[in-house]
Each structure stands twice: as structure tokens, then as C-alpha cells.
Design a protein around this ligand. Structure first.
Ligand SMILES: C[S@@+](CC[C@H](N)C(=O)[O-])C[C@H]1O[C@@H](n2cnc3c(N)ncnc32)[C@H](O)[C@@H]1O
Length: 307
């Protein structure tokens, strides 16, 4: 019977999340991923023939995302790693204690080693970004919080060439900077980065360093973190570090049951219009043309392999 510790992590999340004050939740962006979303995110990684996996979970909370990833490996679903090394960054000591205990339970069951790192990920990663790239996989639900223009985070990020306004985009940019070419990054983040003017440098950073492989959109704004009453549109994206851009898989579902999951392939120039200096990222919810495309008179061939 393959090990499944995601349910265990999820039961910890449900037990402790109601006790975290709203103040602390907002200060540290502690909106943890429910099991169905974590499982879906882990399923978005392509099959891999690598024998060594190096996984990054930045802002790991109680470990739902790492558990979802390791549980997928345990079922031999597309991963043939001989061993995996995990770096899980978590700044909160209470969550870290749970994270440590949960990850320890994998040691006797999978050829895995792990480090639970107590450091501030922004500070640690900014230093490491000068070192060689190394992660093969990253799975992230980063904290969401504005970075004020005079904060030390803003200064540190600027020093490593990352100009951004929120912790979530900083986490994704830094994680990408720590990956090997070909490395796969899956992250759930607010949709605001797709077209907010302040996120233009972040979009350019991503699109210059990675290929966008998959975007998933929830139809309901309350879906992904409904236990926390978070009213925000989220997207899940998969990026391939240094990949060559081709078609993008676009999927959507009403909610985290994924019972009405629809998936289709879109040409990249339907996602980012070729003449768009702002590099807005569009998430078409169907193969039909939207109002912007029609108003621009843009016509793209429909793909035959649409599911
Ligand atoms: C949105 S929660 C997600 C937790 C977990 N990844 C999940 O999906 O359930 C973000 C986590 O990042 C942690 N965090 C916030 N700021 C951090 C920082 N600067 N460095 C490392 N971890 C941080 C928070 O304590 C929180 O547990």
C-alpha cells in the first residue's frame, strides 16, 4: 500500500488553521493549500526519467505540497527517481515543528532526505542565486503580502535584479533563479500578476527565463482557499526553466473537486499577444475568441488536438 501523508498534513492544517489569528495569517500569508488542490498541483508535473530529484518548497507551511509531490512519487505515477532531496523553507516555528514531524515519516518509506530551513526565503535565496542553479522541481504556494518600497526585502530583491511588489512574485522569481535548466516549477498564486501594471517586470522576468507550460484557473474566486474565506482569483501555473516556448495547456474547473475539469491547448500568442509591450498573460477559458481578440481582428488557428 503506497504511503499517503497528504491526508495527514491536511488534518493538521484543518486542526491548526482556525487557531491562527487573522493578524498572523495576514502578516505571514498563511493560507494553506487544501489536499485536493495540492494533489492537482503535484499531478501537473510532467513524467520524469530523472534519477535524482531536488525539490524546493518555499514557504512550506505544514507540508501539504511536498506531501502531495512525494505521494505521487510513492504511487510510481510518472516519477522514477532513485532518491529525492527536499529543501522546505518555513519561517514560522509552530508550522515548522509540524512540517518536521510529517517529513520525518517519509524517511523509512522512501529514499528521501530533507532539510527544513528556518530562514527567510527571500534573504536565503537571494544569496544562493549567486551560486549555481540546482533544483529539478519546485512546488509553491507562496505568502501573499505587499512589499513596501523601502523594506529590506525590496532592497535585497533589487540587488539580484528582481523588481517586484509582492512576496508571492518574489518567491516565484527567486525559486526560478535557483532551478536547473529543464527544472519544473508549479505554483498557485493570485491572478493579479497576469495584468497588473506593477507586475510587468515580474512577467518579463518569468517569460525571459522560462516557458509557460500550463495555466489552471478556478471559475470561482472563493474556491482554492475556501476554508480561509479568501476572496481572490488564483491561478496555478507550471513553468519550465529555460524551456523553449510552445503551446500552453490551459485548464479550468469550477472548484477544487475538479469534477468538471476542462483542458485544452492554446498557441502561446493567444496567451501573450505578440505585439503587447506589457506582456499581459491571458487565460482563455475556451477555444473561442474573446472580445479583445475579436476587437483586434486577431485570428488564430484552432488546434485540432483540443480535448
Ligand atoms: C500561503 S502559505 C502556504 C503554506 C504551504 N506551502 C501550503 O501550501 O499549505 C505561505 C507560507 O510561507 C511562510 N512564510 C511567510 N514568509 C516567509 C518567508 N519570508 N520565508 C519563508 N517562509 C515564509 C508562512 O509562514 C506560510 O506558512
Amino acid at each position: 500500500m503506497p504511503i499517503q501523508l497528504l491526508e495527514h498534513a491536511d488534518s493538521i492544517r484543518r486542526a491548526i488553521a482556525p487557531g491562527i489569528t487573522l493578524k498572523r495569517k495576514s502578516a505571514l500569508g498563511q493560507f494553506m493549500t487544501p489536499a485536493p488542490v495540492a494533489r492537482f498541483m503535484a499531478s501537473m508535473f510532467p513524467p520524469s526519467t530523472l534519477t535524482k530529484c531536488k525539490l524546493l518548497d518555499a514557504g512550506a507551511g505544514v507540508g501539504a505540497l511536498t506531501c502531495a509531490f512525494l505521494d505521487r512519487w510513492a504511487t510510481s505515477d510518472g516519477f522514477s527517481f532513485h532518491d529525492a532531496q527536499i529543501d522546505a523553507y518555513e519561517i514560522d516555528p509552530t508550522l515548522r515543528a509540524h512540517l518536521n514531524r510529517t517529513l520525518a515519516r517519509y524517511l523509512s518509506r522512501l529514499p528521501v532526505s530533507y532539510r527544513v530551513v528556518p530562514d527567510d526565503f527571500i534573504e536565503a535565496a537571494a544569496i544562493q542565486s549567486l551560486a549555481p542553479r540546482r533544483y529539478t522541481h519546485a512546488i509553491l504556494n507562496p505568502p501573499y503580502k505587499k512589499i513596501s518600497s523601502l523594506s529590506s526585502h525590496r532592497m535585497i530583491l533589487r540587488q539580484v535584479g528582481i523588481e517586484t511588489v509582492n512576496l508571492y512574485s518574489a518567491f516565484v522569481a527567486l525559486a526560478l533563479s535557483l532551478m536547473k535548466p529543464g527544472g519544473q516549477l508549479v505554483a498557485i498564486i493570485p491572478r493579479s500578476f497576469c495584468n497588473g501594471p506593477y507586475y510587468r517586470p515580474f512577467r518579463e522576468y518569468l517569460l525571459n527565463r522560462a516557458a509557460l507550460r500550463h495555466l489552471h484557473l478556478f471559475a470561482s474566486r472563493t474556491t482554492a482557499f475556501k476554508d480561509d474565506d479568501v476572496l481572490q482569483e488564483n491561478v496555478i501555473m507550471r513553468l519550465e526553466c529555460a524551456g523553449v516556448q510552445s503551446n500552453v495547456t490551459v485548464s479550468n474547473s469550477t472548484d477544487d473537486s475538479f469534477s468538471d475539469l476542462v483542458t485544452h491547448e492554446q498557441p502561446f500568442d493567444r496567451i501573450v499577444f505578440p505585439d503587447d509591450v506589457d506582456k499581459f498573460i491571458h487565460v482563455p477559458t475556451s477555444l473561442g475568441y474573446n472580445a479583445i481578440e475579436l476587437s483586434k481582428g486577431v485570428l488564430f488557428p484552432l488546434l485540432e488536438n483540443a480535448a
